[in-house]
Design a protein around this ligand. Structure first.
Ligand SMILES: NC(=O)c1ccc[n+]([C@@H]2O[C@H](COP(=O)([O-])OP(=O)(O)OC[C@H]3O[C@@H](n4cnc5c(N)ncnc54)[C@H](O)[C@@H]3O)[C@@H](O)[C@H]2O)c1
Length: 282
């Protein structure tokens, strides 16, 4: 009787020699950069944590669209990263302005007609003082930029993310959501709201295959921290007791964001993850 050739699914060359389940996670040499072929939009990305994230996602293969409030800062950041051989473009976008948000989306779509990742870094804190003494204008500014803008921008991005495979959104909260810093009450509140926004969006977008997670930095060495004198004074105490006894670097936030965007995090959504040199869960 002639032998019946029954190729078993994993009896081929290269990555095809793996069982089907393992093949799903294997990569060819061309795909080695974890974010190759993807497009990332990042708000507040001309300096500090946002800039480090932009550089890292581009190094990991994504085309990155940089944005911030001032065009000259965008141009400078784009020039620096292009000189490093990275694939970046950029445009001015004040995240509190609807027309700027729309323009950011339009700019991003020019690369390949889709958007895979949205990282919402832009954040402000115009007040050091009593929560109940804050004016309505202050409340509006902080909530507009820190909380509402990620949701409003995502609503514009979503139709183009749904068309792609493996969409990922990363919000940027703060350790102050867990350990409030005195005199930053409105800011603390806005960053706490982002933890909730992350969970709600994760639940809402899971059926569409889009994951939503939240980076929760501790005190990271940026211009923002230098301006907020209260924060470094508070966190070294926390570090002294619980942690690694130093402030963080922006690059130490960037690796987590790259991971959360990558297919290695394909089963992770709705998480608020601290990068603070100590754990809020202790
Ligand atoms: N540095 C820290 O210790 C720390 C800790 C926790 C959370 N965070 C959060 O991380 C994010 C980045 O902070 P950073 O320390 O890198 O700050 P940063 O001041 O160095 O950078 C902030 C970036 O956001 C941009 N930005 C501000 N308002 C904007 C707006 N309305 N529209 C668009 N862009 C705007 C700025 O131009 C800049 O590029 C913020 O959301 C901040 O709340 C920072």
């Amino acid at each position: 009787m002639a032998a019946i050739f029954r190729p078993i699914p994993w009896a081929f060359r290269g990555s095809l020699c793996l069982p089907l389940s393992a093949r799903r996670f294997s990569k060819t040499a061309d795909e080695n950069r974890s974010l190759a072929g993807k497009v990332a939009v990042i708000t507040g990305s001309t300096r500090g944590i946002g800039f480090a994230i932009a550089r890292r996602l581009a190094q990991d293969g994504a085309h990155v669209v940089i944005s911030s409030r001032k065009q000259e800062n965008v141009d400078e950041a784009v020039t620096i990263l292009k000189e490093e051989g990275l694939s970046v473009t950029g445009t001015m976008c004040h995240v509190g302005k609807a027309e700027d948000r729309q323009h950011l989306v339009t700019t991003a779509l020019k690369h390949s007609g889709g958007i895979d990742f949205l990282v919402c870094v832009a954040g402000v804190n115009p007040l050091v003082g009593s929560t109940l003494g804050a004016s309505e204008q202050i409340w509006d500014k902080i909530l507009d930029v820190n909380v509402k803008s990620p949701a409003l921008l995502l609503s514009k991005v979503l139709p183009y993310m749904e068309n792609r495979r493996g969409g990922s959104v990363v919000l940027v909260s703060s350790g102050v959501a867990y350990v409030p810093v005195p005199k930053l009450g409105v800011y603390n509140t806005s960053k706490t709201a982002l933890l909730g926004l992350c969970k709600s969006l994760a639940v809402e977008l899971a059926p569409k295959g889009i994951r939503v997670n939240c980076l929760v930095p501790g005190i990271i060495k940026t211009d923002f921290t230098l301006r907020e004198k209260t924060m470094p004074n508070m966190l070294p105490d926390m570090n002294k007791i619980f942690g690694v006894k130093r402030l963080g670097e922006p690059e130490e936030c960037a690796g987590l964001v790259s991971f959360l965007c990558s297919s290695d995090a394909s089963y992770i959504t709705g998480e608020n993850i601290m990068v603070a040199g100590f754990s809020s869960k202790l």
